[in-house]
Design a protein around this ligand. Structure first.
Ligand code: NAP
Ligand code: MG
Length: 455
């Protein structure tokens, strides 16, 4: 007996579509089909597997506007962002389509024979996706996994299944066999849990909260199951007095309020050198008030709504009547889960506004004195995902980059995700790396074979 879930448009609160939820039994059946599909998929000639992935990429490209509109409706992403997200799936598929023909092993010199290594697929890979970036995060898992010869079962977040379901249709149209890539909408506690527990799933790729990530890791440990975790962040945007202050202030809102702050890479702490702290806040205010918040489907919109009523309530709970709010941007009235860009000036480093991942459009601005001070404040968190450093001193940019304990740093910019380069977290922000030239290795096992040449 399967139940259904009503997908809600977060900008209007209207029901978009009702989606059937996959049960535990249906999940087990899908995993069994993925296991059965494995021998044929791994036997597809490397050049043919590459061609299928390129066809899948082309199908995504041909459907880009439809996918983007679907994400605007399901997730409230701005149309500009949603187009980038669909384009990212296309690009990641193209990038890893080069992998099947380059899965090189090694010939290692040994006495008495020949020794070679093979990069074998793991088997069935389970990908668990959060609601904040439904398309890209799915692609970072399934593209390299399929390229390496694995079959994939993918669970989108319950709130945001629509683009993942469309991607599964596009895969089929491109000629990827049905049971090689299956999308199973459903609950984390049902479908996701089966990925962790089922012995037939050989690896879990999880993106989501640190809290659930710890449970996934513990569940996988019980079966020595491979696991990749991409978790939360409380990332610092460090602005030194010698920086291009106008540019640092003008871009800071987009470093944190993009996707309404629902981004594990959001720079939700701005650390500003004390000598320019007041000046920076003066420049920041018009930039924050200038963020265009509204209908995510409109071309000029820069920030849409939060994902759900429940999430809006959680974000709002961080702001009490006595919270030191410096200034706020705007948000529409009426239906939709709206929250304005908000800048706060917490007094204590222990304030939850400084320590907790709010996952909404709220940023804390704090002063620091010295370079060492900036690094210490940036590292005063359990997380370590991303961050930015604004300075005109190249030596300082490199010293601070080496000092900050985070996986993805950006100097005089706010870039975290670029599919050519590795992405992932230090400390409690995660385990393993996605994207970049080495990601396919995380979807293979090294097999060593020795062949005797003795008579
Ligand atoms: P979440 O609650 O951890 O859920 C993430 C995914 O895991 C969803 O698909 C969810 O399913 C599933 N899940 C929940 N409980 C599970 C369980 N017991 N077993 C297996 N799967 C389970 O996170 P969220 O609320 O969707 O997303 C927000 C969080 O994700 C933030 O903390 C953010 O920092 C983090 N995040 C990190 C990254 C990164 O790359 N580091 C990227 C994006 C988001 P349901 O659909 O049932 O909830
Ligand atoms: Mg959740």
């Amino acid at each position: 007996m399967s139940s259904t879930f009503d997908v809600i448009n977060p900008a209007t609160e209207e029901v978009v579509r009702s989606v059937a939820l996959t049960s535990a039994e249906e999940t087990d059946a899908a995993i069994a089909r993925a296991q059965a599909a494995l021998p044929a998929w791994r036997a597809v000639a490397p050049g043919d597997r590459a061609r299928l992935l390129r066809r899948f990429a082309d199908a995504v490209d041909a459907d880009l506007e439809n996918l983007a509109r679907l994400e605007v409706t399901n997730s409230g992403h701005t149309i500009g962002n949603a187009r980038w997200e669909a384009g990212n799936v296309r690009d990641v598929l193209h990038y890893y389509s080069a992998a099947p023909e380059r899965l090189l092993g090694k010939q290692i010199p040994v006495p008495g024979g020949v020794n070679v290594t093979f990069a074998e697929p793991l088997g069935v890979v389970g990908v668990i996706v959060p609601w904040n970036f439904p398309m890209p995060i799915a692609g970072w898992g399934f593209a390299p996994a399929l390229a390496a010869g694995n079959t994939v079962v993918l669970k989108p977040a319950e709130l945001t299944p629509l683009t993942a379901l469309r991607l599964a249709e596009l895969a089929r149209e491109a000629g990827i066999p049905e049971d090689v890539f299956q999308v199973l909408p459903g609950k984390g506690s049902v479908v996701g849990q089966r990925f962790v527990e089922h012995a037939g799933v050989r690896k879990v790729v999880f993106t989501g909260s640190t809290e659930v990530g710890k449970q996934i890791m513990a569940g996988c440990a019980a079966r020595v199951k491979r696991v990749t975790l991409e978790l939360g962040g409380k990332n610092a945007n460090i602005v030194f007095a010698d920086a291009d202050l106008a540019k640092a202030a003008a871009t800071a809102p987009y470093g944190v309020f993009d996707n309404a702050g629902q981004d594990c890479c959001a720079r939700s702490r701005i650390l500003v050198q004390a000598s320019v702290y007041e000046k920076f806040l003066e420049l920041l205010e018009p930039a924050v008030k200038g963020v265009v918040v509204g209908d995510p489907g409109a071309e000029a919109t820069e920030m849409g709504p939060l994902i759900s009523a429940q999430h809006l309530e959680k974000v709002a709970s961080y702001l009490a009547p006595d919270t030191p709010v410096a200034f706020r941007g705007s948000a529409p009235e009426g239906p939709g889960f709206w929250f304005p860009p908000t800048v706060v000036l917490p007094k204590s480093p222990a304030d939850p506004l400084v320590t907790e991942e709010i996952f909404g459009p709220v940023v804390a601005v704090q002063p620091f004195e010295t370079e060492a001070d900036a690094i210490a404040q940036a590292n005063d968190t359990e997380y370590g995902l991303s961050g930015s450093i604004w300075t005109s001193d190249v030596g300082r940019a490199l010293r601070v980059s080496r000092g900050v304990e985070a996986g993805n740093l950006s100097v005089n910019s706010h870039s975290s995700v670029r599919y050519w380069t590795p992405f992932g977290g230090f400390k409690q922000s995660g385990l393993g790396r996605e994207l970049g030239p080495d990601a396919v290795e995380a979807f293979t096992e090294t097999k060593n074979v020795f062949i005797s040449t003795e008579e």
